[in-house]
Design a protein around this ligand. Sequence first.
Ligand SMILES: [Zn+2]
Length: 186
Amino acid sequence: MAEDPFEPSAGSDIDAQRLRVEAVGQPGQRRFRLLALVDGNTHIVWMEKQQLQALGLALEQMLDQLPDRGPELDGPQLPLEFDLQTRRQFRVGRMELGYDESRNRLVIVAHDIAEDDDDGEPSFNCRMTRSQARELSSDAAVVVAAGRPRCTMCGSPMGPGPHVCPQQNGHLPLSLAETDTEVDEG
Ligand SMILES: [Zn+2]
């Protein structure tokens, strides 16, 4: 067990073989995580919903700003399974995104929230292709929104406050307005 998952990654293969974001638990108490398979090892990065949302948006922004490099040749997706019992998991504090121009890969760097070292080794980092990043970004948006009930009129997620529905010209959904009919038992 001399293997150190946090050893400097220079020169080693840190291409993500598989990536996934997901929510765990019941609505209202959901926890969020990034699963990454790198060099045959599963890493689990736990995060807050806001962090996942921010990560998804940051990926999208970065993808929009990258210079076009033509069509991307992705290898076939291997049917690799995540090891959900992995010891390589932690709660993330700081995250960074970068771009490895020579490899045309996006890079994600995550620091353990419990390790208060600003210039220490990242707890996790990996490279991903643009299409992996694109998929991760759209998956993050879906996962973040999935916990909330959707409006039957317009399909958008409903927040805790009253929903102003564009399908109803800004009025509340009809089903709410219809409940005040008087029942007269005469
Ligand atoms: Zn609506």
